[in-house]
Write a protein of this length. Structure first.
Length: 271
């Protein structure tokens, strides 16, 4: 499937369309990926869903060129306009996200709670990471520190090495972080990506009450070897919901795995 483009105000938005199913699924990728990564699941989802996988800003060809911050209302309008461009009409639709994409998925659920059928979370970020992201991009002090480290990436790299040496960061998180910190262009991309998400904040207690109120079906897929976003606390939270399915598979922090594909096949196969 080729990349599609949509112009929202002054900002180009790129996305991919997969499948031919009657149900609609809006998908959000993880950091340094694009919507095209969801093409891995096309063969098991194509009969059930039509998938719109949106590239977040600074990924694919998507860029945020507006003077104002990106908000949940912008997220809602972008999805509505893409649906119109693709001639998709559906009263109910579903949302899927991997890792960083959960922030956009939650924003969309908050704007369309009565229209969401499934919320599928693949290796979502930890609650601690969300608090960290809110701090680094949500106030003047945190933002100054973040910007300083972007401009002095070697200082940040030395700090991460120190945290690993004293066992605060495990080896997996250290290697994952170093891959981006060691390359200034990638670190700048992290900054721009996180900054553009800074208004998409979640009060998780209110969010889970919203899910319960609207009887949204939640599917959580996590890896028992995921040291980037350890799933234990998220599993405990999701277990409190009435309409939920939890799958713990033997994988790390990965989107495209045979285990996840098999789960989708079992859940959404029309055969």
């Amino acid at each position: 499937m080729q990349q599609q483009l949509f112009l929202y105000k002054k900002s180009p938005i790129s996305y991919y369309r997969f499948g031919k199913g009657k149900k609609v699924l809006v998908a959000f990728h993880g950091y340094n990926q694009t919507g095209n990564d969801f093409g891995y699941f096309e063969d098991v989802l194509e009969d059930y869903f039509t998938i719109i996988a949106i590239d977040f800003f600074w990924h694919g060809k998507s860029e945020w060129r507006e003077e104002m911050d990106f908000t949940e209302s912008d997220m809602k309008e972008i999805v509505l306009e893409i649906a119109k461009q693709e001639h998709l009409v559906a009263r109910k639709f579903s949302v899927c996200s991997f890792s960083m994409g959960a922030r956009m998925a939650r924003a969309l659920v908050r704007k369309f709670p009565d229209r969401i059928e499934y919320l599928i979370l693949l290796s979502p970020p930890t609650f601690g990471f969300n608090r960290f992201l809110n701090f680094t991009t949500g106030n003047y002090f945190g933002l100054r520190i973040f910007r300083y480290f972007v401009n002095h990436h070697q200082v940040l790299l030395n700090w991460v090495k120190f945290l690993n040496r004293i066992k605060i960061l495990n080896r997996s998180v250290y290697l994952f972080s170093s891959k981006f910190i060691g390359q200034p262009k990638r670190l700048e991309k992290v900054y721009k990506t996180w900054y553009s998400q800074r208004k998409l904040r979640t009060n998780f207690n209110m969010f889970f009450r919203l899910i319960e109120e609207h009887s949204i079906n939640v599917i959580l897929v996590v890896g028992n070897n995921d040291y980037i976003t350890p799933p234990q606390k998220m599993i405990a939270y999701i277990r409190k919901l009435s309409n939920r399915q939890i799958f713990i598979v033997r994988k790390k922090h990965e989107l495209a795995t045979p285990e996840t594909k098999q789960i989708f096949l079992n859940l959404f196969s029309l055969k």
